[in-house]
Write a protein that binds this ligand. Sequence first.
Ligand code: ADP
Ligand code: MG
Length: 247
Amino acid sequence: MSNTDFALAIEDLTVSFDGFKAIDKLTLYIDRNELRVIIGPNGAGKTTLLDLICGKTKAGSGSIKFKNIELTKMAEFKRVRLGIGRKFQTPSIYENLSVFQNLEVSYPKGRSVMGSLAFKCTDEVKARVQVVAEDIFLSDRLDLEAGLLSHGQKQWLEIGMLLMQEPELLLLDEPIAGMSARERELTADLLQRICKNRAVIVIEHDMDFVKRIAHKVTVMHQGKILAEGPMDKVQADPKVIDVYLGH
Ligand code: ADP
Ligand code: MG
C-alpha cells in the first residue's frame, strides 16, 4: 500500500509551545473506513494532534495529508470544506434551538438550493435531518429544545451536526464523557455504523469502550507514539502498562 491510499497520512509532525514539544516527530497513518482510537495519559498530546489535523493549531514542521492533499498550510474552514469534522470535548450546540434546528443549520449552505444567501428548509435538508436524527437516536426528539437533552444526547446531537456535513474524516475528542452506561453502549453502536464510509479518530479513556469500538489503538506519550496495534497487543505491551494502563 502506498501512502496515497490512506485517508490520513501524518509524517514527522512536530509542534512546540514555548520550546516544549507537545507533538514530537509523530508519524501516523489512518486507513479509509478505519475507526482508530487514540489513548494515553493526560498531557500526551492527543487533543493537540486533533487541533493540528483540523487546523486549530498550526504545525511547526512535518506533513499532514488528507486524501493526499497537504493540510499544514491550509486554513481551518478549507479543511472543513475538504471533509474534516471535529468534535471538541464539551458539546457546542445551540441550546435555545430545537434538535431539528440544530441539525438544519449544520447542513452545508453551499449545497442547499438557495445557496448561502437565503437559507431555506428544503425537502432535501429535511430528509437529511431525518436520516441523521435516526443515526443519533434522536428522531423522536426533533422538536425538543436542545438545552433540555441529557448530556449524552447533547454529545450525540453534536456528532449529528457534524454528520450533516457528511465528513470523510471525523475527529472525536472524548465523546462519551458524561454518558450513562446505556448511552455508552448506543454510542459504540453509532460509531461502528458511521465509520463504514469514512475514517474516524476517537480519543478515549474508557478501556471497555475502546475495546468495543477500536479497529486499531494508538498509544501516545510525550507527543510521540508509544505503541500501536490491535487492543489486545497494545494492552499487553509492558511500555503501555508502565506509562498508562498500570495507573
Ligand atoms: P492530552 O489531550 O493528551 O491530554 P494535550 O494535547 O491537551 O494533551 O496537551 C499536550 C501538552 O501540550 C500539555 O502539556 C499541554 O499543557 C500543552 N499544550 C496544549 N495546547 C497548548 C497551547 N495552546 N499552549 C501551550 N501549551 C499547550
Ligand atoms: Mg485532551
